[in-house]
Design a protein around this ligand. Sequence first.
Ligand SMILES: NC(=O)c1ccc[n+]([C@@H]2O[C@H](COP(=O)([O-])OP(=O)(O)OC[C@H]3O[C@@H](n4cnc5c(N)ncnc54)[C@H](OP(=O)(O)O)[C@@H]3O)[C@@H](O)[C@H]2O)c1
Length: 321
Amino acid sequence: MSANTKGRLLLTAQGMNSDHWTRVLASGGRDVVLEPAAGEDPSIDYAVLWRYPHGLLKRLPNLKLIFSAGAGVDHIMSDPDIHGMHANVPIVRVVAPNLTQHMVEYVLWRVMDHHRQGAFYRHQQAQRTWNDTPQPTTDRVTVGIMGLGELGRSVAAKLGALGFNLAGWSRTQHELPGVDCHAGPEGLTPFLQKTDILVVLLPLTQETEGMIDYDLLTNLRQDGPLGGPCLVNAGRGRLQKEADILRALDDGLLKEVSLDVFEREPLAEESPIWQHPRIFVTPHAAASSDPDHLGPLMVAQMEAFERGEPLKHLVDRARGY
Ligand SMILES: NC(=O)c1ccc[n+]([C@@H]2O[C@H](COP(=O)([O-])OP(=O)(O)OC[C@H]3O[C@@H](n4cnc5c(N)ncnc54)[C@H](OP(=O)(O)O)[C@@H]3O)[C@@H](O)[C@H]2O)c1
């Protein structure tokens, strides 16, 4: 890529609308291709990726920059070529006001539904039953947020405005107004013990995989005002052990659950989760990637890179997110 030329871009985003993404990414006159040339393709400078086949990046020997088309980079970090031939290629993650807003809306929706006994009233309506149920105010309920990153912090600010007590848990210690912040393995149990509604907004890494298990769920506050703790996971499905969540519901350790993400996606037709009366399912739809919002941010980063300016929102390879 010489000075004054725009880098060529490969887009591989399975499950996303490639035509729409291509229109947006090519709008400034940039060359966008959906397939590398046969064998190796040295003409490709940038890759915009979502659920792409591992092995693809081997064919791009001159790759200079990688963009994740969705929030979460576990699909890229699990590619051996990222740690091999492309070990020095920067990876840009998604940080966009539009996506954050969608996630805030999803979490507020699910937290308010658990808080205002949505499952109880839906069941009553189906039975044509007319009964009130005790309703604690938000200041008696603690929402515990796992992950205080771009999404977790925005969610905390909005839940705080509704009057909820807030606890937070992250890898490193944070100071956030109105949030009782905990960090690291030693901070996990005290965080869980005060949590009535657990909201999971963690990335999937080697450290976080499978951590939402039975043992963790036993630590949630059992004597809270909602009659039992609730779980909302909008991070990644492989953070959770679904058999353990079902067991915790059966054992009365969990009252209700909202899941946007699953160990295997799409959720298997035979999964008992579909029919469970106390699980609310959405199909990994909490905050979808909108090319009209994300595409221009990526193009702006490519232009900054071509001017030799620093990049924003880079993945820290050592942390894995
Ligand atoms: N369902 C959907 O539609 C959807 C949409 C968008 C995103 N997501 C998911 O949401 C995740 C979070 O997004 P984000 O932009 O908020 O990420 P982020 O800004 O990278 O924040 C990640 C947070 O998780 C914490 N964390 C990471 N590893 C940890 C560990 N081992 N122990 C404790 N805390 C740990 C980090 O701690 P530090 O602050 O100490 O670094 C940080 O607070 C994404 O990775 C993605 O998987 C899902």
